[in-house]
Structures are given as C-alpha cells and as structure tokens.
Ligand binder design. Structure first.
Ligand code: MRU
Length: 387
C-alpha cells in the first residue's frame, strides 16, 4: 500500500526480506500512527522476538515473517552436514512457532517452506529453496487478499456503514489486508461508504492501525469505543460487519479473532446485521475439531491496566526533549491485577459468511469445500485451485 509520510508517498509491504543482510524488514507497528519506521531483524531469534513483542502482528503478516524467519535461520547455517542442518532448522521452526500461539498462519507458512525445502539434495539447495518458498508465501498472501477484495466488494453497497474490529488491514498481511480488502476494492469501484473502527482495547489496533490505514487510503471512517457497537447497531447505524481471523477451523467453521469479536457477532445476530469474516487460505486450520482446543494467548496484564500513547511535549514547553514521546500511562487502580486473553472464538452459527480467495462460503460449508480451499495441499497447489 502507499504510505504518505511527510508529504512523500511510497509503496511499502509490511514484511520483506533483505538477502544481502539476511534480515527480515518490518514496519515497526508499535510506533504507528505516530512514527513510520522500518526495522531489520538480524537473526531468527530477533525475528521471533519481533513477533512476540508485536513489532509485526496480524495473522498473515506474522505468517510471512515466520516463513522469512525460517529461511533466515536456514541461510545462517554454516556447514554441509544435512543432518546437522535439519536439526538446526527444527530449532528455528520451534522458536518461531512458539513466538505467538493463537494464529495458525505461521505454522502453515513454515510447513510450506519445509515442504518446499525437502527435495533439495544439499544444504545449499535447501537454503535456496527455503527463501524461494518464503517469497512465494508472501506473494501468495498478497494475491489471496486481492481475491478476497474481488469477492467481498460485492457485499458493499453505496451509503453503507460498516463495522470492523482490530486490524485485519494491510498491516496485518503483506499488503491489502483481508477485512479491509473488500473496502479497498469497493473504493476503487467508486462506492461511497463509512467505516467504524472498533478501538480494540487493550492494544488499540483499531484506533491506531486501522484508523491510520484508512486515513492513508482516504476512506471515510470514525473510531468508536468497543462498547459503543451495540448502541450503534440498535440505532440502525451499522449495516455490515467485516472482521479478520487468526485461525478458522475448517471442520467446524469456528472463528478465532481478536478479543471482542465474539461480543460483536452476538450483537450483530441480535440486530440481524450480516457478519462476515475475511480470511486467506493460510488461516484455515484443518486439524482441530473444536474451538475450545484453540490455544488462546494470554498477554501481560499491563496492557489492560494501562495504555501506550504519545505525549506531546510541545504543549508543555519542555526544553530539549523530543517533541513527541511514546509513553505508557497507568490507568487502573494501582493495587488491582487483570486478566488479558488476546482472542476469542465465535461459533459458526453467528457468522453469515466467510470471504475467502475462492469465494464466499457459509462457515459450515468450509469442510465440504475443502478441496477448493487447499485442504492437505501445498500453497502453490492451493493457488492453482482458486476459482
Ligand atoms: O494481536 P494481533 O494484533 O496480532 O491480532 C490480530 C487480530 O486478531 C485481528 O483481529 C485480525 O483481524 C486478524 S489477523 C488478520
């Protein structure tokens, strides 16, 4: 997507790879919307830490980062012994897999990379194949988002008011995004609509990232407090909900997404508002049989007890200090603790449809449509199967 910083517009991808430095290049999402900066992770452990610390976040973006991180780790191996190389790659895989537990994209992405590496006869060949497969995953992520946009734009009519939650925009993928893809495609078609971005406490991805994306893309939008969604629905001010997902179960149609998604789905059902989930194929988990078994990340309580933001020192006339400083402020009662589950699971019956690169399906139909949706196949096979 094009980013305009200090009046200059340039195309960026959320995640790229620098072969010369053997580094993954990431947009530092924790600084947005106040500062736009690209950072390089010098080795696979730093890449895993960037996922854990949410320098990069969002299912597809951490999928691509893990794929590049696996290639980065493989490329850093010195030696020719295939057994030692395989053991090293296994370590890299485990470190990246454990960086964040809920999203399935990193695991699917790294499994693809490993599958593509295996025909290599030598360490050097496998290293080459690893990076080629990671590049392919990133390329395919963008293609899937384009296809989602093509299918999903049909749901958006002139004058609609749409609610989205968290950030399933281009910052959450390599480019374009999933929940936002239909909106960007509808905008290109000249449709007029307005989007409410749920602020998404505790980390505020809606208020910081989605709102920044929409401002960059000149999409009419407003941020709402998470608790305002029900009120707006009751007053007829929301016509459509589109969210992303970190893991969607192919067998049951249950959708894991940022905490608060389930609440919005219940509200949408109560008010008979269509509720759609947009996903690339890498977000489908074909193995798990029930949503209860999805590992839900529990994050640090400090996220709930306070908030990160920017202090504008120019207002306080503080001499010799950086004008804008990122700072954490404690909001909650100082002696209280907090629970902080990062995700929740929305049952299939609350979901109107799942927008995929292969079309829009009822969540309960995913299993029946599995051959179209890449079940058991490699990424490249999945691509050829797209309709
Ligand atoms: O914790 P995050 O910011 O990585 O979570 C991302 C989400 O859960 C978003 O809701 C998004 O919709 C799914 S990722 C495309």
């Amino acid at each position: 997507m094009n980013v305009t910083v200090r009046g200059r517009s340039q195309h960026f991808r959320t995640v790229t790879f620098d072969r010369a430095q053997n580094a993954v290049l990431l947009i530092e999402q924790r600084l947005l919307p106040h500062e736009f900066k690209i950072v390089a992770t010098p080795d696979f452990r730093a890449t895993a830490a960037a996922i854990t610390d949410m320098i990069v976040r969002g299912a597809g973006a951490i999928g691509a980062t893990a794929a590049y991180g696996l290639a980065q780790g493989a490329l850093a191996f010195r030696g020719r012994d295939p057994k030692k190389f395989s053991a090293h790659v296994e370590t890299v895989y485990q470190v990246l897999k454990n960086a964040r537990p809920t999203a399935v994209d990193p695991v699917n992405a790294m499994n693809d990379v490993r599958r593509h590496m295996s025909p290599g006869q030598t360490v050097a060949e496998r290293q080459f194949l690893a990076l080629a497969a990671a590049e392919e995953f990133a390329r395919e992520d963008v293609q899937h988002c384009e296809e989602i946009g093509r299918h999903g734009a049909k749901l958006i009519r002139n004058g609609m008011k749409i609610l989205t939650h968290c950030n399933a925009g281009w910052l959450a993928f390599v480019d374009i995004g999933t929940a936002t893809a239909p909106m960007y495609a509808a905008q290109e078609q000249g449709k007029q609509f307005h989007v409410f971005c749920g602020e998404t406490r505790p980390r505020s991805q809606g208020a910081t990232l989605t709102a920044w994306e929409f401002a960059q893309q000149k999409i009419s939008h407003q941020i709402i407090a998470d608790n305002a969604a029900g009120h707006l629905m009751q007053r007829g001010e929301i016509d459509l909900v589109i969210v992303g997902s970190d893991r969607t179960l192919g067998r049951t149609g249950e959708v894991t997404n940022k905490i608060g998604t389930y609440t919005k789905a219940v509200l949408a059902a109560r008010h008979k508002i269509p509720f759609y989930v947009a996903i690339p194929l890498s977000t489908i988990d074909w193995n798990l049989k029930r949503g209860f078994d999805i590992p839900i990340e529990e994050r640090n309580e400090s996220e709930v007890l306070g908030a990160w933001g920017v202090i504008d020192n120019s207002k306080f006339k503080i001499q010799n200090s950086k004008l804008k400083q990122r700072a954490y402020v404690r909001v909650a009662n100082p002696t209280s603790g907090a629970r902080n589950p990062g995700f929740d699971v929305t049952p299939a019956e609350l979901i109107t449809g799942v927008i995929t690169p292969a079309g829009i399906f009822k969540p309960q139909e995913l299993w029946k449509q599995r051959s179209k949706l890449g079940f058991g196949g490699q990424q490249s096979v999945r691509l050829r199967n797209l309709t």
